[in-house]
Write a protein that binds this ligand. Structure first.
Ligand SMILES: Nc1ncnc2c1ncn2[C@@H]1O[C@H](COP(=O)(O)OP(=O)(O)OP(=O)(O)O)[C@@H](O)[C@H]1O
Ligand SMILES: [Mg+2]
Length: 384
C-alpha cells in the first residue's frame, strides 16, 4: 500500500457532518488528501476536505463512483450503503471500520444479539416485528412496564427511542421492527472510546460521564474524566476493549454504558467511529479521537490517551423558536473565559435543538469546568 501519511494518499470519508469535518482537520495535519461524500452541498466537512462530492452515501451507484481512485475508505456515520462498501472491500480497497462490523452495529437487534453471544453485559431485550406484536405481548403479560422501544435501523440522537411507562404511551409505539429492553431506572451513563488497529493494538480513553440537568432531565454536558471509582473505570475499559476485539474492528469504537443502581455496567450501544463523547479530546487529551482513528485505520501505534486537564463538552444547539440562517450570540463573553474552546460546525441553517457546534471547557478541577460550562450554555445562543 502507498505511504499513508502523504498527500498522495486519498482517504475517502462517507459522510460530511461535524465528525467528518473534524476528521478532515486531523487528516490535514498529516498532509493526507481527504475526499468526502455527503448529500448536503453545505455539509460541515465541505469547507475543510480536500475534495468534496455532493451525493448520497446511502446510494449504491453514488458510493461506487465516489470510491474510484481512493486508497482507503472510512465513515463518519453508520448508515452508508453496505452492499457498496462490501464490494469495494472485496475489490481490494481497505474499508475501515470493516463492513462486517457495520452489518452488526447498524441494526440494533443484531448488535444486542452480538452482546449476548459474547457475554457482554446489556439490558435484557426481545425483538419484535411490529407495534401490534408488542401490544399482544402486553395483553398476554409477556411484557411489563416500564420498557424502552428502539427501532432496529437508523436511530440517531435519541430518534427511534421511546420510553414506555404505561398504557397511555402505547399509542406512540413505532411501527417498525424494533427491540424492546428493560428500562434501567436512575441509570448513570458513561462512554468509553477505544481504538484497535489491524495489528490488534488497542487503546482506551478515560471514561466520560453524561451529566444530566435534573430540571430538564436531559444530558446537559459531558465530563471527562467521569466521577466513578477506579474499579468501575477499569471494568468499563476492559468491556469496551473486549467488544472491539470481539468485533475485530479496525478504527475507533465508542461504547455507551449504563451504570445501574447495583453499580453494574450494562452496554447500551456502540458506535464504530468518532463520537460526540470524544470531542473534548481535541484539546484535552494528548491524542485526539480523530488522530487516534487515523492511527488505527493506517495501522500505526495508538497515541497516548492521557488527559491534560479535566474537560467538559457542551453541545451548542439551535435555540428554541428560531429557524433560518444561523446567528451566534454571546461569542465574545464566552471567548473571554479561560479554557473555553469553540467549534462551530458551519451549518448555515439553524433549527430548534439542531447541533450547531460544541464547546470544550477545561479547568483545573471538574467542578470549575462544570461551572464554566453552565455559563457557556446560558450565554451562547444560536438564533436566526
Ligand atoms: N434501557 C434504557 N433504560 C434507561 N434509559 C435508556 C435506555 N435506553 C436508552 N435510554 C435513554 O435514551 C438515550 C438514547 O438511547 P440510545 O443511546 O440507545 O439511542 P440513540 O438514538 O442511538 O441515541 P444517541 O445517538 O443520542 O446515542 C440514552 O442515552 C438513555 O438516556
Ligand atoms: Mg446512544
Amino acid at each position: 500500500m502507498k505511504q499513508t501519511i502523504s498527500s498522495d494518499f486519498k482517504l475517502g470519508i462517507l459522510g460530511g457532518g461535524q465528525l467528518g469535518k473534524m476528521l478532515c482537520q486531523a487528516a490535514s495535519t498529516w498532509d493526507i488528501t481527504t475526499c468526502v461524500l455527503d448529500p448536503d452541498p453545505e455539509a460541515s466537512a465541505s469547507g475543510v476536505s480536500t475534495h468534496f462530492v455532493q451525493g448520497s452515501f446511502r446510494d449504491f451507484d453514488t458510493v461506487m463512483r465516489f470510491a474510484q481512485g481512493l486508497d482507503m475508505i472510512t465513515i463518519e456515520i453508520e448508515g452508508v450503503n453496505i452492499e457498496a462498501v462490501e464490494i469495494l472491500e472485496k475489490s481490494g480497497i481497505p474499508v475501515f471500520p470493516q463492513p462486517s462490523c457495520l452489518r452488526i452495529i447498524r441494526d440494533k437487534g443484531i448488535q444486542k444479539t452480538f452482546f449476548l453471544e459474547h457475554d457482554l453485559p446489556t439490558a435484557p431485550f426481545k425483538l419484535f416485528h411490529s407495534a401490534t406484536e408488542i401490544m399482544e405481548a402486553i395483553q398476554q403479560e409477556r411484557l411489563k412496564f416500564p420498557f424502552v422501544q428502539k427501532t432496529r435501523l437508523s436511530g440517531y440522537d435519541g430518534q427511534g427511542v421511546l420510553v414506555v411507562r404505561n398504557h397511555g404511551d402505547l399509542k406512540k409505539l413505532f411501527e417498525a421492527p424494533s427491540l424492546v429492553e428493560d428500562y434501567i431506572e436512575d441509570a448513570l451513563e458513561i462512554a468509553v472510546i477505544v481504538s484497535r488497529n489491524a495489528n490488534g493494538e488497542t487503546s482506551s480513553y478515560p471514561a466520560v460521564e453524561m451529566v444530566f440537568n435534573p430540571v430538564a432531565n436531559l444530558v446537559e454536558s459531558l465530563l471527562s474524566p467521569a466521577r466513578i471509582s477506579p474499579e468501575l473505570e477499569e471494568t468499563a475499559k476492559g468491556l469496551a476493549i473486549k467488544t472491539a476485539k470481539d468485533l475485530g474492528i479496525v478504527g475507533l469504537l465508542a461504547v455507551e454504558f449504563f451504570i445501574d443502581k447495583q453499580n453494574q455496567l450494562l452496554i447500551n450501544e456502540v458506535a464504530p467511529r468518532p463520537h460526540n463523547s470524544g470531542h473534548h479530546t481535541i484539546e484535552s487529551a494528548l491524542t485526539s479521537q480523530y488522530e487516534q482513528h487515523l492511527r488505527a485505520i493506517f495501522g500505526y501505534h495508538p497515541g497516548s490517551t492521557k488527559l491534560k486537564m479535566p474537560a467538559v463538552m457542551v453541545n451548542i444547539l439551535g435555540s428554541e423558536g428560531f429557524s433560518g440562517p444561523a446567528v451566534y450570540r454571546g461569542l465574545n463573553e464566552v471567548l473571554k473565559e479561560e479554557g473555553v474552546k469553540l467549534h462551530i460546525y458551519g451549518k448555515k441553517q439553524t433549527r430548534p435543538y439542531r447541533k450547531m457546534g460544541h464547546a470544550t471547557i477545561m479547568a483545573i478541577t471538574a467542578e470549575a469546568a462544570l461551572e464554566k460550562a453552565a455559563f457557556v450554555l446560558q450565554t451562547l445562543k444560536v438564533e436566526a
